[in-house]
Every structure is written in structure tokens, then in C-alpha cells.
Design a protein around this ligand. Structure first.
Ligand code: EPU
Length: 420
């Protein structure tokens, strides 16, 4: 297994281009299952999760080609299969995103039930209840969700107890071809959902309420293939802003959308980090000491849970007490034990973490436990004195497009060593 090595303590200078959003691309790729034809998707990041969902689409009968490094063409003329196997779902939970489109297109979907994962139990009960409301019959058998619909899906009102990102996306994809009107109440409002709505609207779907928590879908009889560009990855953007904050330096991020990170901007500024937002760029400068901050993870536009591990690494470099309330996933503190190996003083009490910033970290051998925890360890390694060695970095490859190359280009001493 590959390792990442970092000689910390160097400030970062230069420019980094942000890639397309992983969580924007995954539902959009799944949406190509909805109708026959060739769809074109721009600004697709090069990631393991993207390769996984494409592999899943191929098992269902789709074909795809990369026109250039970041442009994908997907043809879904011959979708004949309806099963997402355990082998694929266990490597990527987002495989559940084929449930809605397959049910809509074929009237049948069989998707392995994802197990628990490193960050929490992550059930998919909202997805199943929502599809049942649209007329699907769902059975759980041998670890699979077996969904069938006779005579087509029918619009209905769906209410989510908690706004679910992929839940909202699955409902949208199921509702666009359903008969009548579907209303999704307490829908998630993440920018990736607006990206999917733009794709579906380009295909001919009728959806109102974009960017709000009340989505109204007027079912249409048919859809046509579409072209769409994936939005910039706000979590990659946030990760790099935090990295510069922790390591120090002066870096400009390009091809990003500053408007997608309102809560992070507020917190980083309170921490003493200078941010200058352009239309499609952000300049970040950190030269002085860091102040302690508190965060609470919330659905968008609140502070993203996907940046919680990274901001914890930054908190260890401040001087003072910082508190994190993790409100989305009950078990998302696996990085704490690894940060402690680097000298961090962190106490966990249920969903709360108290970080006593000591203004320094020491390099150590650490292990990545999930995607965002890996990014947190990279940030800690950049800020720490001495050598940090991160193992199990395959987690990082799932969701960051060439993080090592991008950080090297702004002066970090970071490299990858192939596993033996
Ligand atoms: N929930 C339920 N039942 C459901 C669905 C969700 O109880 O059927 C709960 C979850 O357990 C959680 C909350 O609702 O407490 C919100 O979860 P959500 O469904 O929004 O999460 P998700 O759709 O599975 C997406 C991202 C995650 C990100 C979360 C929260 C994708 C492909 N994944 O997951 O991304 O953390 O939203 O913002 O969009 C990552 O990229 O590292 C990642 C984990």
C-alpha cells in the first residue's frame, strides 16, 4: 500500500487549480441512466470514486469514453441490468444513487444495502421510504434492497426528518419521470444538488425551488441527453484553504466558487487568516499566529461535516481552546487518535471534541481511516515539525484529484512512496 511522506514546516506559495466536485459528479453520472442517448459531462475530476461509479454503470449496460482529461461522454442506450452488487457498494456508498434512476427507467432496481462505515451507521431508510411514497414496492433480501414498480412511479409529497444529500438526489431522479407532482420537503440545499437540478433541467425535467428546501418536480413523459459542467469541489477548496492556514503562506486557488463556502470563510477569518474572494478565485494568506475558533457541523449552508477533520488539524495549531460539535455523523472522530500521535491535545465527549491548541505538532507515523481524515493528516503533516508518514492513503485517492502534486507545486515537501 502506498504511503505519503511530508517534511513539514514549510510555508506554501503559488497557485492551485481546483478540480470538479466529487459529490457533484457522482449523482450527475448516475442521472445519465435516466434516458437513452449520449450525455457529455465537463470538469470531471480524476478520482477512484468516479472510476467506481463508471464501473457500476458499465455493469448496467452503459458505455463511456473520456474525450479529454476532464470530459466524459456516457452512452446509456442499452441499460438492461438493474443490480448494484455488494462488491461495488461496499467500496463506495454513493452507488446507492443508481436506485432512483434505475427504478424510473426500468421499473426495477436491486442495490446492495451499504453497511456501516468509518464515519457512522449511515442508514438509507429515507431513500427507501421516499421511493415507497412514489409507489415502489421494496423488500430487503439477502443484504439487498429490491425495489419494483408496476405501472410507473407516481408523484407524492416526501418529507425528510433530516435533510439528506443523496436522499434528495435519489428522490429528484425518481420523480422527474413520475406521473404528476412530487414535493420534497426539508430537502438538502447543498450546491451539488443545484448542479444535479441543472443537469436534470437540461434533460427536460421540470423542477422548481432550486437552492431551497422545498423542491417541486412536475413529472414529464420523457427526457433527452444533456451537457453539464461539474461545479468546483468546495471540499477540496476548503481543504486547501485550511492547509495554507495551518502551514502558513500566500496561495491563490483558481477555478473555484467562493460563494459555496460561507461558513468556512467566517471561521477562517475569525482564526486570523486573510481571505480575498474573486469571482472564481480565492487568495489566502496566513503569516501571524492563529486564534482559537468553535464550529458546529450543519447541513448547507452551515459548516460542512466534510471539513470537520481538516479544521481540527488547524485548531491544534492555534493557541487556546476550540470546540467542535459534530452533528451529522456520530462517529466522525477517527482522526483524533492519529492527531494525538502527532502531539495534539484533543478530548472527545460524545459528538463534541475539545481541542487545546498548543501552536505546534510533531511529525509521526499515522494511518488514514477515511477520506476526509486522510486530508486532515496531510494538513497536520504540512504544519508539523519533522517527518510525517501517512499509510492507507488509498482513502485519499477516492476523493482528491492529485493532492500531492498540487501541494508540491506550491512548495510543500510531500511525496508518495509506492507500497511494497
Ligand atoms: N440519514 C438517515 N437516513 C437516510 C439518509 C441519511 O438517517 O436514509 C442521516 C445520516 O445518517 C446523517 C444525515 O442524515 O446523519 C445526513 O446524511 P446525508 O444523507 O446527507 O449523507 P449522504 O448523502 O450519505 C453526502 C456526501 C457525504 C457528506 C454528507 C453530508 C455524497 C456522495 N456524499 O452523504 O460526503 O458527508 O452528504 O454532507 O454526496 C465525503 O465526500 O467524504 C462524504 C462522506
Amino acid at each position: 500500500m502506498d504511503k505519503i511522506l511530508i517534511e513539514g514546516g514549510r510555508s506554501l506559495q503559488g497557485e492551485i487549480k481546483i478540480s470538479g466536485a466529487k459529490n457533484g459528479a457522482l449523482p450527475i453520472i448516475a442521472a445519465t441512466l435516466l434516458c437513452p442517448g449520449t450525455h457529455t459531462i465537463y470538469n470531471v475530476p480524476e478520482l477512484r470514486d468516479i472510476r467506481t461509479i463508471l464501473q457500476l454503470l458499465v455493469t448496467l449496460g452503459a458505455t463511456w469514453e473520456r474525450i479529454d482529461k476532464h470530459t466524459l461522454k456516457i452512452n446509456s442506450d442499452n441499460i438492461t441490468e438493474y443490480e448494484a452488487s455488494y462488491e461495488l457498494v461496499k467500496t463506495m456508498r454513493a452507488s446507492v444513487l443508481v436506485l432512483g434512476p434505475l427504478l424510473s427507467r426500468l421499473g426495477r432496481a436491486r442495490v446492495s444495502l451499504p453497511g456501516g462505515c468509518a464515519i457512522g451507521a449511515r442508514p438509507i431508510d429515507f431513500h427507501m421510504q421516499g421511493l415507497q411514497k412514489l409507489g415502489a414496492q421494496i423488500e430487503l433480501e439477502q443484504g439487498y434492497v429490491d425495489a419494483k414498480v408496476f405501472g410507473g412511479l407516481r408523484g407524492n409529497t416526501i418529507y425528510f426528518d433530516i435533510p439528506s444529500v443523496t436522499g434528495t438526489e435519489n428522490m429528484l431522479m425518481a420523480a422527474v419521470l413520475a406521473e404528476g407532482t412530487t414535493i420534497i420537503k426539508n430537502a438538502a440545499k447543498e450546491p451539488e444538488i443545484a448542479n444535479l437540478i441543472d443537469m436534470l433541467s437540461g434533460m427536460g425535467a421540470k423542477i422548481e425551488g432550486r437552492d431551497t428546501d422545498r423542491l417541486i418536480v412536475q413529472g414529464v413523459k420523457s427526457l433527452k441527453p444533456a451537457e453539464i459542467a461539474i461545479i468546483p469541489d468546495r471540499i477540496e477548496t476548503g481543504t486547501l484553504l485550511i492547509a495554507v492556514g495551518a502551514a502558513g503562506g500566500d496561495v491563490t486557488l483558481t477555478n473555484c466558487n467562493p460563494a459555496h463556502l460561507p461558513s468556512l470563510f467566517e471561521k477562517l477569518r475569525n482564526c486570523g487568516i486573510y481571505l480575498e474572494a474573486g469571482e472564481r478565485s480565492i487568495r489566502v494568506i496566513r503569516s501571524g499566529p492563529l486564534k482559537n475558533i468553535d464550529i458546529k457541523t450543519m447541513p448547507y449552508p452551515g459548516f460542512p461535516t466534510d471539513l470537520q477533520a481538516q479544521i481540527m488539524a488547524l485548531m491544534t495549531m492555534t493557541e487556546g481552546l476550540s470546540v467542535i460539535h459534530e452533528n451529522i455523523f456520530e462517529n466522525r472522530f477517527m482522526h483524533v487518535a492519529e492527531l494525538r500521535r502527532m502531539g495534539a491535545d484533543i478530548m472527545v465527549d460524545g459528538g463534541k471534541a475539545i481541542v487545546k491548541g498548543l501552536g505546534k505538532l510533531d511529525g509521526a507515523q499515522v494511518m488514514a481511516t477515511d477520506l476526509r481524515a486522510s486530508a486532515s493528516l496531510v494538513i497536520a503533516g504540512l504544519a508539523a515539525r519533522g517527518l510525517t508518514e501517512i499509510s492507507r492513503v488509498y482513502h485519499l485517492d477516492r476523493g482528491y484529484d492529485d493532492l500531492v502534486g498540487k501541494l508540491s507545486a506550491v512548495g510543500a515537501k510531500i511525496w508518495r512512496e509506492p507500497g511494497k
